[in-house]
Design a protein around this ligand. Structure first.
Ligand code: COA
Length: 185
């Protein structure tokens, strides 16, 4: 459950200013877990560009994106990335929380929100990868009902290196796909 005073809302272009401020405040906090960013990423214009790109993916059904708001501030993000339909029906959840709002259940609530939305989108499964030493993120996933199903060596290029990741998934339902659903083949 989301603690009092916080809201999870769909991403909008006009989040750019608060998002730039949030990424600037949290630059060191997020650096070990994020790709290396260009300097422009931390500017309002850079965020406008990034959010426009992300919202076009949302429009195309390839992504879903939300912001955690506290008053006028952006204090976190949660995304469903790489939405795939067909026989996989899956997406990858990504999230972060502002360093001054940690350990209040925000990430857990955000991941649970993304899973409810994924189920409403008709997806079967949500996956997540965490660097092997990201204990906080692993706790979030376990609390949100995910289970670890593997470890992928050199899985993602994070913080300037190909990093090993623990792989997690949460199965949302076991309803069969309609026989008319598009499949590979
Ligand atoms: C990982 C992160 C999102 C957790 O956010 P949060 O809002 O503090 O998480 P929650 O409050 O929902 O905590 C969920 C669980 O994680 C535990 N936890 C949180 N931070 C922890 C830490 N630093 N060490 C150990 N456990 C931690 C909490 O205690 C809780 O577990 P519990 O119920 O068993 O006590 C946040 O630390 C963050 O933004 N990290 C940097 C970005 C990142 O790692 N993103 C994920 C990439 S896969």
């Amino acid at each position: 459950m989301l603690p009092d005073g916080y809201r999870i809302v769909p991403l909008r272009v006009d989040h750019a200013e608060a998002a730039a401020a949030a990424y600037t405040r949290n630059r060191e906090h997020l650096a070990p877990w994020d790709p290396v960013r260009e300097e422009s990423f931390y500017t309002v214009e850079g965020q406008q560009d990034a959010l426009v790109r992300q919202l076009s993916l949302v429009e195309g059904g390839l992504m879903a994106a939300w912001v955690i708001e506290h008053g006028p501030d952006v204090v976190g993000r949660v995304n469903l990335n790489n939405v795939v339909r067909g026989v996989l029906c899956s997406a990858a959840v990504g999230y972060w929380v502002d360093q001054t709002h940690l350990r209040r259940g925000l990430a857990t609530a955000a991941v649970e929100h993304a899973c409810r939305e994924a189920a409403a989108m008709g997806l079967h499964r949500v996956e997540a990868g965490t660097m092997v030493h990201n204990v906080a993120s692993q706790r979030v996933l376990l609390r949100a009902g995910f289970e670890q199903y593997g470890m992928a060596p050199r899985f993602l290029f994070i913080a300037g290196d190909w990093q090993d990741h623990n792989l997690y998934q949460r199965i949302l339902h076991d309803a069969p796909l309609p026989v008319t659903a598009p499949t590979f083949g």
